[in-house]
Design a protein around this ligand. Structure first.
Ligand code: GDP
Length: 471
């Protein structure tokens, strides 16, 4: 198809792709960056036919400033297992001043909204954990505005705390540290603050700009303080959305309910979603039959940053999928069909497999940063590799270490790498079966080494390639 449009031979394109390190067949879909690169290679001009002709892409059309109104922040809680994420979510839920009077029954729909004393609202995603967070991001759904990092004061920083820090940083989302379990006699918040320095999380008490707060989810202390800090952070972010337009949102979770059919919890991002609206959700379409809020009440509409269960779709969408309200049913079917094609293509699309072609793809995005995930067999190796990689960074291009750690390559490493299109460097370590499977699916490059200078040589060569002959 691409060869046709350029009036070139398909075989020549395949050959060129081979040279770029992408073994593809003539009828295999390629991604947009690669296609653009290829077109340029062949000396043709690129004319992008915008997706928005067919699809409604959230990022494409921007609302005029005067239509924007403040919206509540969307918060995700992350941290090590057993540090109290679930307890904190429950405790925060208990601070809702309208829950009681509404008389509704608490529903776990994947997210909930609390109204605090001042009348302001905060939305919490109640699937804790960085995998859910990064998986959403990987699907293009950056729904989280603020991360609350929970650290148990009696246990300190643990591996998943560090992973959570790295996932948050990679996403560029601001963080608030909640030092939990302050009721315990062995609580040592000072140590937590000091240890965070090592990961460049400098809290206010250490003269940094990351807000921190001491809480006890069990005794329900410090919650008002935490809420105040979330609201302060939200104010700094100046979160706004246009409530007065066709609604758009993202699926937080979805299921097939025995009685009700496919049900999706949607977080409205902009516009107002109403009963009767015709919509596309992922590759499914439908008409809003009912909207149920997090207190189990049937509601007529949902405003930006509000999570609601949506009933009335043709099939079950996936987490992160986008909901868009459209003007009529035939349009809904057209967009759904188009998206089904894109989703299919994403599954089968070949992406660059070697460092050189990855650098070419990066050049297209003009990102002079080379993200990597590093896993090694010992702490000594990790430090040596990180040091060596930092040393080969130049003024023009920097190696950016998204995450480094001791141990085999895990699912979480792959999800993180995939979200930033980074390769994973394994030094004397290998992935587990699940990680390998996801890496294969998501086309994440896994590179294994057992000699450090082989590793640095290969990356340095790739960097030189990216900068071109004049560098
Ligand atoms: P999660 O795995 O991070 O979701 O952690 P949970 O919320 O399930 O909490 C793990 C354990 O820590 C549970 O036994 C909780 O009762 C306990 N826990 C959570 N918060 C506190 C707290 O503030 N103080 C004390 N003493 N225990 C807590």
């Amino acid at each position: 198809e691409l060869a046709n449009r350029m009036a070139e031979r398909g075989a020549d394109l395949v050959k060129a792709l081979f040279k770029m390190g992408m073994p593809v067949t003539v009828n295999q879909p390629i991604d947009q960056d690669t296609a653009e690169l290829l077109v340029t290679e062949f000396g043709h001009n690129i004319k992008r036919v915008s997706d928005s002709d067919v699809d409604i892409d959230a990022s494409e059309d921007v609302d005029a400033t005067e239509t924007l109104l403040p919206r509540p922040p969307v918060v995700t809680i992350m941290g090590h297992v057993d540090h109290g994420k679930t307890s904190l979510l429950d405790a925060l839920r208990g601070t809702d001043v309208v829950a009681g009077e509404a008389g509704g029954i608490t529903q776990h729909i994947g997210a909930y909204q609390v109204t605090v004393k001042s009348g302001e609202k905060i939305t919490f995603l109640d699937t804790p954990g960085h995998e859910a967070f990064t998986e959403m991001r990987q699907r293009g759904a950056n729904v989280t505005d603020i991360v609350v990092l929970v650290v148990a004061a009696d246990d300190g920083l643990r591996p998943q705390t560090i992973e959570a820090i790295n996932h948050t940083k990679a996403a560029g989302v601001p963080m608030i540290v909640a030092i939990n379990k302050m009721d315990k006699p062995e609580a040592n918040p000072k140590k937590v603050r000091e240890d965070l320095l090592q990961y460049e999380v400098i809290v206010e008490e250490m003269s940094g700009d990351v807000q921190d707060v001491e809480v006890s989810a069990m005794k329900r202390t410090g919650l008002d303080d935490l809420i105040e800090k979330i609201l302060l952070q939200a104010e700094l972010l100046d979160l706004k959305a246009n409530p007065d337009r066709a609604a758009e949102g993202n699926v937080i979770e979805a299921k097939l309910d025995k009685g009700r059919g496919p049900v999706a919890t949607v977080l409205v991002r902009r516009g107002t979603l109403r009963v009767g609206d015709i919509f596309v959700i992922g590759a499914e379409s439908g008409k809003v039959r009912a909207l149920i809020d997090d207190k189990g009440r049937s509601v007529k509409e949902a405003q930006p940053s509000t999570p609601v269960e949506v009933l009335g779709m043709s099939g079950t969408p996936g987490a992160g999928d986008q909901l868009s309200v459209v003007e009529n049913e035939s349009r809904a079917r057209e967009v759904a069909a188009y998206r089904a094609g894109v989703i299919q293509q994403k599954r089968t699309t070949a992406t660059p497999a070697n460092l050189e072609s990855m650098f070419s793809a990066l050049r297209e995005r003009q990102a002079m940063e080379y993200p990597v995930v590093v896993k090694a067999d010992t702490q000594g190796s990790v430090e040596a590799i990180v040091g060596a990689l930092n040393k080969i960074s130049t003024d023009d291009i920097k190696v950016r270490i998204l995450h480094s750690g001791v141990g085999g390559i895990t699912e979480s490493d792959v999800v993180l790498a995939s979200a930033s299109r980074a390769p994973i460097i394994g030094f004397n370590v290998r992935p587990n079966a699940k990680a390998r499977e996801i890496a294969h699916q998501d086309k994440v490059a896994l590179k294994y080494y057992d000699v450090i200078y082989h590793l640095t040589d290969e990356i340095r060569a790739g960097m030189a390639g990216q900068l071109g002959p004049e560098a």
